[in-house]
Design a protein around this ligand. Sequence first.
Ligand SMILES: C[S@@+](CC[C@H](N)C(=O)[O-])C[C@H]1O[C@@H](n2cnc3c(N)ncnc32)[C@H](O)[C@@H]1O
Length: 220
Amino acid sequence: MMLRVLEPELMEDDAQVQAYAAADFSQENQGFVDLFREYFPEFSEGHVLDLGCGPGDIPIRLACAVPGCRITAIDASSPMIRLAEDRVRQAGLSDRITFRCERFQDLAGANMADAAMSNSLLHHVPNPLQFWHKLRVAVKPGSPVLVMDLLRPESPEEAQAIVDRYASGAPDILRRDFYNSLLAAFTEDEISAQLAQMNLTRLIIDVPDDRHWVVGGIIH
Ligand SMILES: C[S@@+](CC[C@H](N)C(=O)[O-])C[C@H]1O[C@@H](n2cnc3c(N)ncnc32)[C@H](O)[C@@H]1O
């Protein structure tokens, strides 16, 4: 099995941030929000945390899909947060989506949210147990959580094949980031082991396609 190769934790390089924000992830991002609604059809109001929000597309989509929620979106990259704030302002959602430019590991406080979500963050994180710990502490018991990220392929060749299959026409910088992210991602077994170690086995892991895992459920 190919070992994990870490990539930089934060996306702070201007060209990288611009390329990521300009890419069309509308299908994936709406898919993530639709999945949240499918997993938690009863969730209609409350405070949602988004860990590693990037350019803010997912919080905007969730705010539109769940008019009763407000969202705190967290990312430690200031260029990413600046972009996300502009987008939220343009969408007229600044009263419902607020941003914090900080590492999730440094978030103070407990029981601050009624739900949490995170897409494509975990592969950036050197110690994934810090993520699962923070997720559990940050939300109130009984809260829905949905986390999704890439799966690490078996080999560099397989990672390259996935990049070629799904990002053939994308700019080089995005293809490079996608490849590096696949190498930094976790396997299904590693995620299951992390959940077991953190006593989060009521969360269910699913592998919906050839390059993603999803963990969802209620935090107790
Ligand atoms: C691949 S992007 C995903 C963005 C967004 N969730 C999406 O799905 O489009 C990962 C984001 O996580 C941020 N990030 C990485 N490590 C972080 C940490 N420890 N705390 C907060 N944000 C972090 C990066 O700066 C980057 O903007």
